[in-house]
Ligand binder design. Structure first.
Ligand code: ADP
Ligand code: MG
Length: 252
């Protein structure tokens, strides 16, 4: 078989190549390089201020970066020709604070972007929204407003809302760290199920139980650098860097 006739290996879903970013004089990311294959669940951890949120925001083009390249599902995000709203619609994002629209019902929260961005009709958007609401166990709450739900319920709605856009990848930035402890489990359960169904996920979290259960890889960041990028077993078994060892000893 000639080389050109060989099946092409699919590229990574997210490719982060030598990315550096500054806020003024302050370098927040230094030469970050990693990738996330289709179906991978990559947990990103590290001390507060190490650049985790910034890195994940760069992947969703919510923050610009000055050096390097990020490619999402084959699209270079820093390319001037890239349609950023379209790209963002394919990258689901769930933040620490639920960020549902407070003045809209749960149904409207779930259908707004489907209608405005994807151009789905009301009926189709509602069907999709209800199916996802059911999946996160909240179908009885469709008519309520965000303020009438608990934090854990709101975060489950936020996940359903992101999934309604049929994303190719889901990014999570500390999705459980603003929740009361008794609500952490219900949100992690939804995320574990999503991971097991094969969703490609990049998850900033300190929930090492989640990492142990479903992550393929763990990335450890410190002071803007990716210090460690290892298979889960290696990371928990024998982290190479002293910085990761110290971090793990504090949170485990
Ligand atoms: P993490 O999510 O790991 O806690 P962040 O990515 O939020 O870290 O922040 C990394 C560093 O960048 C921190 O020192 C933070 O103070 C700084 N930083 C974050 N956002 C900004 C900003 N908009 N302007 C200036 N500095 C920022
Ligand atoms: Mg953060």
């Amino acid at each position: 078989m000639t080389a050109s006739a060989m099946p092409q290996a699919a590229g990574p879903m997210i490719d982060i190549d030598q990315v550096s970013k500054w806020y003024g004089d302050f370098q927040v990311l230094t030469n970050c390089t990693t990738n996330v294959a289709k179906g991978d669940v990559v947990v990103v951890c590290g001390p507060s201020g190490s650049g985790k949120s910034t890195l994940i925001k760069c992947v969703n083009a919510l923050e610009p970066f000055q050096k390097g390249q990020i490619t999402v599902d084959g699209t270079k995000i820093a390319d001037k020709k890239t349609n950023l709203p379209k790209l963002r619609s394919r990258v689901g994002m769930v933040f620490q604070h639920f960020e549902l629209f407070p003045h809209l019902s749960i149904t409207d929260n779930l259908t707004l972007a489907q209608r405005k961005v994807l151009g789905r009709g009301r009926e189709e958007a509602q069907q999709k929204g209800m199916a996802l609401l059911k999946r996160v166990g909240l179908e009885a709450h469709a008519h309520k407003f965000p303020g009438q739900l608990s934090g854990g319920q709101q975060q489950r709605v936020a996940i359903a809302r992101a999934l309604a856009m049929n994303p190719v990848v889901m990014l999570f930035d500390e999705p459980t760290s603003a929740l009361d402890p008794e609500m952490v489990g219900e949100v992690l359960d939804v995320m574990v199920e999503l991971a097991r169904e094969g969703m490609t996920m990049m998850v900033v979290t300190h929930e090492m139980g989640f990492a142990r259960k479903v992550a393929n890889r763990v990335i450890f960041m410190d002071r803007g650098e990716i210090v460690e990028d290892a298979r889960k077993e290696e990371f928990f078994g024998s982290p190479r860097s002293e910085r990761a060892q110290t971090f793990l000893s504090k949170i485990l």
